[in-house]
Design a protein. Sequence first.
Length: 248
Amino acid sequence: MKKIRISAVSYTNTKPFLYGIQHSPNILNKIELSLDAPADCAQKLIDDVVDIGLIPVAAVLNIPHWELVSDYCIGAVGAVNSVFIFSNCKIADVKTLQLDPQSRSSNNLAKVLLKNYWELTPQLITNADDYGKASDANTAFVQIGDRTFGKKNDYAFVYDLAEEWAEFTGLPFMFAGWIANKPIPEDFIAEFNQALKLGLDSRQQLFKELSAIDNFDVQDYLMNKIDFNATAEKKEAMQLFLDYIRML
Ligand SMILES: C=C(O[C@@H]1C=C(C(=O)O)C=C[C@H]1O)C(=O)O
């Protein structure tokens, strides 16, 4: 049988899912798995290089046929602790905002919040040469994933974008979902979801294998900050987020 090609996010937030997949021999036999930065997961699904991706939800706007194939996701209810605008000045004084080349959802989330919540219009820079340096007092940057770990005390102003979204809308947020670009057999989807659930249920086992990270509580992150359930409320938040992106 032809293998199902899957691209998953290469960050710590996806490790519970990978643990479950790696401990599910029935699934391992049926898939070809690659690990990529979120922007690359999205591009692979858009280019039909994979059949399923854990892709930034903002990227579905570039896929003609897409469907969520899992009740699990990378989300947050309130602060997520790995998606930030790092800044040396208050958000109102930011003149230039560098976007994260690895992100699709959070870059758009920053744009949505700037326009509708903060009502600000800084210059936005994609692929800045000095990305992430914030060397200028009025330049800030969006950053996601493991590169943000332990950095919270390095900047005078730190905005957690899932927390800002919750304050703006009262809703949780879905950053990335397991999305297919074509119909996938039901029995595979059922087994795949069992594997993802196994990983979530095995987080205490996984923690024994993870090394400690300076100034960052990885257990708190994977138990309490990342929220893995693609609930009805998160799907509602996703639709609202897509509406805001369409209006940018
Ligand atoms: C919470 C996170 O969610 C992520 C953010 C994404 C984005 O901004 O496009 C995509 C996938 C997720 O890994 C994170 O990476 O820190």
